[in-house]
Design a protein around this ligand. Structure first.
Ligand code: PGD
Length: 755
């Protein structure tokens, strides 16, 4: 048995490579298991430690050659003291705040070999590091919700699937509930339930409305009514729905008075008393492209049924991404169904397999990260700003902070040259520090931009314990494959460095990997009061924590008695107007939800030059950038490039045909991609998912199709500073002549080629 972020499985080397079988208890296993075929090969693997030639010969320092230089193979016995010396120098000269250890990334499932915990524990034992807060997934949504409902409950404790399957009559899904995202879960998922629960609701008679520029953001079998909204305009549509509820006396005044504060301010904005603009259906239709009559009709349907309003995380991964979350919640509050089974609001159903599964109570086996005495972490998506603007001030959630002076970057278990925006700018940022260290099993673009590259094992090459907060099982993750080349576990690498730096005891506590697994298991068993012992668990392969998700209704207790169970907001109520947020004085996130025009959308002046709205969403064929060269991901490529989807009319207007290699571009950059014509897209919209390995040519054009050369590196607002990678304006044209080869999976100059 083994586990991954996209499912549990068994695997064994066979005649035709790795034979992978999904966990038998999973009714709906993820097709992403189809990428594991490459795990048994050395393709794109880092076979041994490497050091960048310029760094080795000229010493640490800012260097624009990063990402273009060649690598020198090293032995472990030489590279460990070399890196230890550099860490000692940086800590001694600049202090721990100069070391950036945010190290954002999904790494692999597994509670002990959790790469981010390992690097944090290691850097913590050296005296600390500058960290990062929040995630690229949900930066804006979670911070906003803390102010509005005092917690992230609509994300972490939304109403669970069994309740929705039984009670919801109308699902109004802003951004849909994309089946592709529901197949992954951070930490693992042994039983995929999203599709089954939605199917059950549909069989019972529930209806679905999909609000998205992309039709397949909701499974076809749900037979949804599709409102192909203009990208980035959901807030305008929500405001108009709210306007109709208010105008037609359908808003639940009793609910708004008893459970909310600030509806009067929202009302004044809706009807135009605040800014002279009524947020009427006619107004919204001009913005969002949904006809006014459909908005009227939908508002009445919502008021007449048990309605769940859902907003995907993708909505908030955009400029002013706080607004659709706040307004979606306000809309659900006006319907008065928060706290009622099957009604109300949820943020991120379908974003991960775990959302809606309910949480398992109690602790999970967890590697302690140790202490980090360095305060003031940066907002996670502001890493390029931090590297480019040391000492400069920035705003974040009501605070004025200063970027630290970062000298050394340590990344383990993430791929910033996949996940960050405006990769050309990120390249400039990565030229600034004195040293960049990356551990990765693969030659990702981030590894190529490092000075010291240390080869980690892949999950199948080590034993671990799998568990996730929203899952049913604890999984014994058995080692299945021998290690590739000279790869080592991150733990072993850090243990060797810790030994060299004189902090071995603090880091390892004297344990081997096996002793750690037993220790974490025993600690968990005692605190969770479980009867199993480690050996029995290891041979059984799993422990069941529960049979089914619990029945849970978001805000049920609060609804039953708001005085006895107040929210952790200043008022104890849902804050439709937040005097705290208003007090920050941010015009990009004022005190109640508003429609703010992003700089890049189809109604912006910039659309005259770049008339297509790019949706750079999470991919259907891999987890982020992981195993992009695996069979399932590779099969989706068009002439070796990432597929870009476009409406056939938009393609015809440009003289483009299915299968063409096209150039997608704007002022920030360009990439090549393979055209797929599809009526699943609204006209004027193109979709290019993230995760194709960045493959820049000499001019910085990504010849493979990474959309983050096109996206803008700017925060959602000064409130949350979240990632805005979901959207950008672009133009598309045919690539003239023979496109250059994709070299993203080949080793960089100086490194050996795996097979
Ligand atoms: P992954 O591809 O999962 O992407 O960004 P993230 O950096 O998490 O990277 C994980 C890396 O860890 C891989 O290179 C993998 O090989 C490596 N790895 C796996 N196991 C191990 C291990 O045991 N040890 C070590 N050392 N390394 C390991 C994802 C991020 O991208 C996320 S979460 C989101 S939601 C964002 N979404 C978007 C978006 O919607 N649009 C755009 N434009 N950009 C986005 N970026 C964000």
């Amino acid at each position: 048995m083994h586990s991954s972020h996209f499912g549990a499985f068994t695997a064994a080397p066979g005649d035709d490579g790795l034979e992978v079988r999904p966990y038998a208890g999973d009714a709906d296993p993820s097709p992403l298991l189809g990428n594991l075929d490459v795990a048994a090969t050395g393709r794109a693997r880092v076979d041994r430690p490497y050091v960048r030639r310029g760094w080795l010969e000229d010493g640490p320092g800012p260097d624009p050659r990063r990402g273009r230089d060649e690598f020198v193979p090293m032995d472990w016995q030489d590279v460990v003291p070399l890196l230890a010396r550099e860490l000692r120098r940086v800590y001694a000269t600049h202090g721990p705040a100069a070391v950036f250890g945010g190290s954002y990334g999904w790494g692999s499932a597994g509670r002990f070999h959790h790469a981010q915990s390992q690097v944090h524990r290691f850097l913590g034992s050296l005296g600390g590091y500058t960290g990062s807060v929040e995630t690229y997934s949900l930066g804006a949504g979670r911070i906003l919700l803390q102010h509005v409902v005092g917690s992230d409950a609509p994300v972490s404790a939304p109403t669970t699937w069994p309740v929705l399957a039984e009670h919801t009559e109308l699902f109004v899904c802003f951004g849909g509930m994309p089946p592709k995202n529901g197949s992954v879960n951070s930490g693992g998922v042994t039983r995929h339930r999203t599709a089954g629960a939605l199917r059950e609701a549909r069989r019972r008679g529930a209806r679905f409305v999909l609000v998205s520029p992309i039709r397949d953001d909701l499974a076809g079998e749900l037979d949804a009514e599709w409102l192909p909204v203009v990208p980035a305009t959901d807030t305008a549509l929500m405001l108009a729905l709210a306007y109709v509820l208010e105008r037609d006396g359908l808003a639940d005044g009793e609910f708004l008075r008893r459970y909310c504060v600030g509806y009067d301010r929202v009302r004044a904005y809706l009807v135009g008393e605040e800014d002279g603009v009524a947020k009427s259906p006619a107004w919204a239709a001009q913005v969002c492209g949904v006809p006014a009559e459909e908005i009227e009709r939908l508002a009445h349907r919502m008021a007449g049924h048990r309605t769940l309003v859902t907003a995907t995380w993708s909505l908030q991964r955009a400029r002013y991404g706080e607004q659709p979350v706040w307004m979606g919640l306000a809309l659900a509050a006006m319907l008065g169904q928060l706290g009622v089974p099957g009604g109300g609001f949820g943020h991120g159903y379908g974003a991960l397999a775990g959302v809606g599964n309910g949480r398992v109570p109690g602790p999970l086996p967890t590697l302690p990260r140790g202490r980090n005495p360095v305060g003031a972490p940066i907002p996670v998506a502001r890493v390029a700003d931090a590297l480019l603007h040391p000492g400069e001030p920035y705003e974040f959630d009501g605070e004025r902070r200063t970027y630290p002076d970062l000298r050394l970057v340590y990344w383990c278990g993430g791929n910033p040259f996949h996940h960050h925006q405006d990769l050309t700018r990120l390249r400039r940022a990565f030229a600034r520090p004195e040293t960049v260290v990356v551990h990765d099993p693969f030659w990702t673009a981030s590894a190529r931009h490092a000075d010291v590259v240390l080869p980690s094992t892949i999950t199948l090459e080590r034993d671990d314990i799998g568990a996730a907060r929203e899952d049913d099982l604890v999984v014994a993750m058995h080692r299945t494959l021998p290690r590739y080349g000279e790869a080592r576990d991150d733990y072993e690498i850090f243990a060797a460095l810790a030994g060299e730096l004189g902090v071995a005891d603090a880091f390892t506590e004297g344990r081997t990997t096996e002793q750690w697994l037993r220790h974490l298991f025993d600690r968990w068993r005692r605190s969770a009061d479980r009867p199993e012992d480690f050996d029995a668990f290891w041979s059984a392969g799993e422990i069941a924590l529960r049979a089914e998700p619990p029945r849970h209704v978001l805000f049920e207790r609060f609804r039953a008695d708001p005085d006895a169970h107040p929210l952790r907001t200043p008022s104890g109520r849902i804050e439709l107007w937040s005097s705290t947020v208003a007090g920050f004085g941010y015009d990009d996130c004022p005190g109640h939800p508003v429609w703010l025009e992003p700089e890049e959308w189809l109604g912006a002046p910039a659309a005259a030059r770049y008339p297509l709205h790019l949706v750079a969403n999470n991919p259907a064929t891999r987890l982020h950038s992981q195993l992009d060269h695996g069979g399932y991901s590779a099969a989706s490529k068009v002439r070796g490039r990432e597929p870009v989807r476009m409406h056939p009319d938009d393609a015809a207007a440009r003289g483009l045909r299915d299968g063409d290699v096209v150039r997608v571009f704007n002022d920030r950059g360009a990439c090549l991609a393979g055209l797929v014509c599809s009526t699943a897209l609204r006209r004027g919209v193109v979709q290019l998912s993230t995760g194709a390995w960045y493959d820049p040519d000499a001019d910085g054009v990504c010849v493979h199709g990474n959309p983050n050369v096109l996206t803008r590196d700017v925060g959602t607002s000064r409130l949350a500073q979240g990632c805005t990678g979901q959207h950008a304006l672009v133009q598309v044209e045919r690539y003239p002549g023979d496109p250059p080869p994709v070299t993203a999976y080949d080793p960089p100059p100086g490194a050996a080629s795996g097979t």
